[in-house]
Design a protein. Structure first.
Length: 229
């Protein structure tokens, strides 16, 4: 941990091309600071830019202008390899559509970030079992992900995002496909990890119960971030 904020966004803008010569501005000069152990819900109507913000926070997309510092490091200035390494080691991402590797089993999917980080296969295997048990999938380790239910696939995606204990967890509707009781278990797990290891969490959600569990709630109005209550 350090005294630098984990994330600091400064005058950041993002637009997309719509037709030749015309762009829509989604984020207009936003500012955002996240500290260790912060938890933030991003809420609001479809199409306002929630996933866009999350993709930029995860460095999966680049802004048109503005800067983002991760513990003081200007991340979009890093070269390709250093940015990939930063992403692997510091950020866990649960996508709106889970992006699992269909031809692999649950445990193989979850081991992947550990193998990419260069750790030994045996170590990856042990860690993957632990985290899959924690999301309630200890009995589905060797299932191919295509044979899992939607909610199970989403929990595999969550386990994959959490396995390296990232400093920053980004989740886009992580419990959208889950029944109420499984959803609640996952919410509880997220809060435990947030408190246990001061993992900073940013969650896009339409679920008011989940949003209420976060320390802060923001929405996006005409491209500007608005902090709620
Ligand atoms: N690659 C792209 N090219 C053009 N327009 C895009 C692109 N990605 C997103 N958009 C547009 O930008 C706007 C914001 O999209 P975004 O996915 O961030 O919305 P959202 O708030 O996450 O919505 P939802 O709740 O439906 O997931 C939308 O109007 C979308 O159509
Ligand atoms: Mg979205």
């Amino acid at each position: 941990m350090s005294d630098q904020p984990i994330v600091q966004i400064d005058a950041l803008s993002k637009s997309y091309p719509v037709t030749a010569g015309r762009r829509i501005e989604i984020l207009k000069g936003i500012e955002l600071t996240l500290t260790d152990g912060d938890s933030l819900a991003v809420v609001g109507a479809s199409g306002i830019g929630k996933s866009t913000l999350l993709q930029i926070l995860g460095t999966l997309d680049r802004p048109d202008s503005g800067r983002m510092f991760f513990r003081g490091i200007d991340v979009f200035k890093l070269n390709h390899d250093r940015l990939a390494k930063f992403r692997n080691q510091s950020v866990g991402f649960v996508f709106q559509f889970h992006h699992l590797l269909a031809e692999f089993t649950a445990i193989e999917n979850v081991m992947m970030p550990v193998l990419i980080s260069g750790e030994h296969r045996d170590q990856a295997h042990v860690k993957a079992i632990q985290i899959l048990e924690r999301v309630g999938l200890g009995h589905r380790l060797e299932h191919r992900v295509t044979d899992l239910s939607g909610g199970e696939q989403q929990r595999v995606a969550l386990a994959r995002a959490l396995i390296l204990r990232p400093a920053l967890l980004l989740a886009d509707e992580p419990t959208g496909n889950l029944d109420k009781s499984t959803g609640r278990q996952i919410h509880k797990l997220l809060l435990e990890l947030n408190q246990e290891m001061q993992m900073t969490i940013v969650i896009v959600t339409h679920n008011p119960d989940l949003a209420a569990l976060m320390a802060r709630r923001i929405t996006i109005v005409d491209g500007a971030l608005v902090e709620l209550n």
